[in-house]
Design a protein around this ligand. Structure first.
Ligand code: AOF
Ligand code: ZN
Length: 325
């Protein structure tokens, strides 16, 4: 197998941490001896062992000896850390076992690491190659990257509209527009994100649960968007008045990803900020309202978004737009 194939495996392993690791990154690692993977690891959840440590521990706990590591290469989807956090530095661990070579997809933008993990390995005489499958790794870790590089959470907008383009009837009365498969799809987004936000009208009108009821893991922190709130607020919700204040709260609370679920005013507000990183537009194949509240109109190119997929399930089409870099 080629280095990129091993890195692809790292990324596949890392994906199992979705929704569990925030605000940490998704990381996968494989240990390769004579062109064969002898152990695998991934970051399973916030506060838990890093990918490299898991791969090493898994191998040793199966009764194997560490001697073989001198003849092994390590592939990892993020630069090994160099800091003492919840766990000791992974770079030190790799040095201790004297691995031959380390292949890394991308540098860790966390200022506590930022190149010093690679430096540590090289200083110890380990050969390091950086950048294999970098685009894949960066895409997988877009929440983590936004948090550290842009100092703001990654914003995802999602809405469902009828086949004739309405997100609600005129009365705004809660109406199910998308089908069961799309509901699961939305729950997967909720599971991946650290926070979820709805507008005041949606909260009062729909009383949505805004939970993931399919996939497990920590539930997203709930926010309601309103510039003038004067009723009682369910204690589950935190209030947000504008995007700058919201970014500040997210940075303070370590929330690196936000799913904005509506309604129209809130979606339009976020589209106007130009800070939208992803849009998931669900459109019913058959439901027609004839009249009602139109879904948000947006110019994807003007927002720096590319249409990246258009798929369908039994009852709906799902179109996804993503920020270019
Ligand atoms: C790695 N491998 O699997 C992960 C890394 O609080 P801690 O100790 O878990 O440290 C979190 C930071 O460590 C995180 O922000 C990122 O910089 C790095 N995560 N590094 O070598 C891993 N999850
Ligand atoms: Zn680490």
């Amino acid at each position: 197998m080629k280095p990129i194939d091993y890195i692809r495996r790292c990324i596949e392993l890392a994906a199992q941490g979705k929704g569990w690791v925030n605000p940490n990154p998704l990381v996968g690692c494989v240990i390769v001896h004579e062109d064969k993977i002898i152990s695998e690891g991934w970051h399973q959840g916030y506060g838990q062992a890093h990918a490299e440590r898991m791969a090493i521990d898994e191998y040793l706990s199966a009764g194997n000896v560490a001697e073989i590591f001198k003849e092994c290469d390590v592939y990892v989807s993020l630069e090994p850390c160099s800091h003492f956090g919840k766990t000791p530095p992974c770079a030190d661990l790799l040095v201790k076992h004297r691995f031959k070579r380390v292949f890394v997809s991308m540098l860790d933008p966390n200022i506590l690491v930022a190149g010093s993990g690679i430096e540590k390995l090289r200083q110890a005489g380990i050969s390091v190659e950086v950048g294999i499958g970098e685009a894949l790794a960066r895409s997988q870790n877009r929440f983590f990257l936004s948090f550290h590089e842009k100092k703001r959470p990654y914003f995802i907008l999602k809405w469902a509209e009828t086949s004739d383009g309405f997100i609600a009837p005129e009365s705004r009365f809660r109406t199910a527009i998308s089908g069961v498969e799309s509901q699961k799809y939305v729950h997967a987004l909720r599971q991946e994100c650290s926070a979820i936000l709805v507008g005041r009208t949606t909260l009062l009108g729909d009383n949505p649960q805004l939970t993931d009821r399919y996939f497990g893991g920590p539930q997203p922190v709930k926010f309601v968007f309103s510039s003038s709130w004067n009723g009682d607020l369910d204690e589950d919700f935190q209030m947000v008045e504008n995007v700058q204040q919201f970014i500040k709260i997210c940075m303070e609370q370590g929330l690196n990803s936000v799913l904005v679920e509506g309604g129209l005013q809130t979606l339009e507000y976020f589209l106007a900020t130009g800070l939208v990183d992803e849009v998931h537009q669900i459109q019913s194949k058959s439901m027609v309202l004839g009249t009602g509240i139109n879904g948000p109109q947006f110019e994807s190119a003007a927002l720096g978004l590319d249409k990246v997929s258009h798929t369908e399930n039994e009852s709906d089409f799902i179109t996804v737009y993503k920020r270019k870099s």
